[in-house]
Design a protein around this ligand. Structure first.
Ligand SMILES: Nc1ncnc2c1ncn2[C@@H]1O[C@H](COP(=O)(O)OP(=O)(O)OP(=O)(O)O)[C@@H](O)[C@H]1O
Length: 369
């Protein structure tokens, strides 16, 4: 095994672990991951792909047969070292909040602080309470909190112990869509306020589109893709299929607001798109999601349609969708990519092949919220 570099600004994790007695076929995890030591890295994959097992290895809750883990310059595991979980400076947030029912929210926070032995300044305490917005509910017991409030208390508890790494295992999975929308802005604030890297397990595309800075995709215990969000989700060769959710996420800036038609113009590396104005200020960075089912292809640019967004593109790659009548087409626009989902008949009629230049017509684009 090569020695991984111990980079002060990166997380390197390499684990091999076998579960010969897994339910169903034996499961093995064999991963080698290098991700930035800041921002939110989403660990994405289908059920059973090994996401939780990977987090448990990072936390030291599993002892892989072979493993190495370096977090921003500190070795947590190597051939000769294995820091036990309680010695790893990490916070862990689970799908269910795991608060003690007999303690108030405040009591839960105090208990965690006492156990971790970490001294917290009143400034940090107030900052965490403010960012997570939980001051009004501190005196309540967990059964008097909404699911979203419970998770915000659990996240605050993880932050107060001043971890060097935050692990979140589907923290929103037990919430309904409305509660989920309510809590997402808190997670964005966490990212912009605290300089703590987060490894965040999810299989929900909306969460990924909104939160990911970096993405690791697992399939059957192996890493099948890793990289920035835009890059990974523009790939059409991943083993999993996303159906109607197939599509790219582009990061761009609001460069114009047209108040008459309630539209905003967003410039990204590969061009510009008009989107419905959502009140975002000029110059603001936004994420825009373009689904493959909303992209159609034409040989010429037709001005006489209701479609606002047309971009000159070049076919980069083609692949079959799950449905044999349908193809996925990866399209290059400047340094960025789009995906179109078209019929095999259109592939034939338009003579689509790598290198072919044509126009992408985008029926619908939405800023990720
Ligand atoms: N302690 C264990 N002993 C045996 N097998 C296990 C154990 N923990 C997990 N497994 C098996 O390992 C595989 C990966 O499980 P894991 O929970 O890591 O997947 P996941 O991607 O997090 O799935 P989900 O999205 O459903 O939570 C599964 O086949 C599971 O049954």
């Amino acid at each position: 095994m090569n020695t991984p570099s111990v980079d002060a600004n990166r997380i390197h994790a390499r684990f091999s672990l076998d579960y010969p007695d897994a339910k169903g076929p034996a499961f093995s995890l064999d991963v080698d991951v290098t991700v930035p030591g800041n921002g939110i890295t989403i660990i994405f994959g289908q059920s059973g792909s090994g996401k939780t097992t990977f987090l448990r290895c990072v936390a030291g809750l599993e002892k892989p047969d072979r493993g190495r883990l370096a977090v921003n310059g500190d070795i947590w595991q190597s051939e000769t070292t294995f820091l036990p979980t309680h010695k790893r400076p990490l916070g862990y947030v689970f799908q269910e909040s795991s608060l003690f029912p007999h303690l108030t929210a405040k009591g839960n926070l105090a208990y965690a602080l006492k156990r971790s032995g970490s001294a917290v300044t009143s400034e940090l305490y107030d900052r965490v309470m403010g960012i997570m917005g939980i001051e009004p509910v501190l005196q309540r017991y967990p059964d008097r909190l909404s699911g979203g409030e419970r998770q915000r208390v659990a996240i605050a508890r993880a932050l107060l112990i001043q971890p060097r790494l935050l692990l979140m295992d589907e923290p929103l999975a037990s919430l309904d869509a409305a509660r989920k929308q309510e809590i997402l802005p808190y997670l964005e604030r966490l990212r912009s306020t605290f300089d703590i890297p987060v490894l965040y397990v999810s299989h929900a595309m909306d969460e990924v589109a909104r939160l990911a800075d970096h993405t690791v995709v697992l399939d059957q215990g192996r890493v099948v893709a890793q990289g920035n969000l835009t890059e990974v989700f523009s790939r059409i060769d991943l083993p999993m299929r996303f159906g109607d959710e197939t599509g790219v996420v582009l990061k761009g800036r609001v460069v114009e607001r047209d108040t008459r038609w309630h539209l905003s113009r967003v410039a990204f590396d590969g061009g510009e798109l008009w989107v419905r104005d959502g009140g975002d200020a000029l110059d603001r960075w936004v994420r825009v999601r373009v689904l493959a089912k909303d992209v159609s292809l034409a040989l010429a640019s037709h001005g006489d349609t209701s479609i606002l967004n047309r971009l000159p593109v070049e076919v980069a790659e083609l692949s079959q969708d799950q449905d044999e009548a349908i193809a996925l087409v990866r399209l290059k626009t400047g340094p960025a990519y789009l995906i179109a989902r078209v019929t095999q008949r259109s592939v034939h009629q338009l003579k689509l092949e790598p290198g072919k230049r044509l126009w992408a017509q985008i029926k619908s684009v939405a800023i990720v919220r």
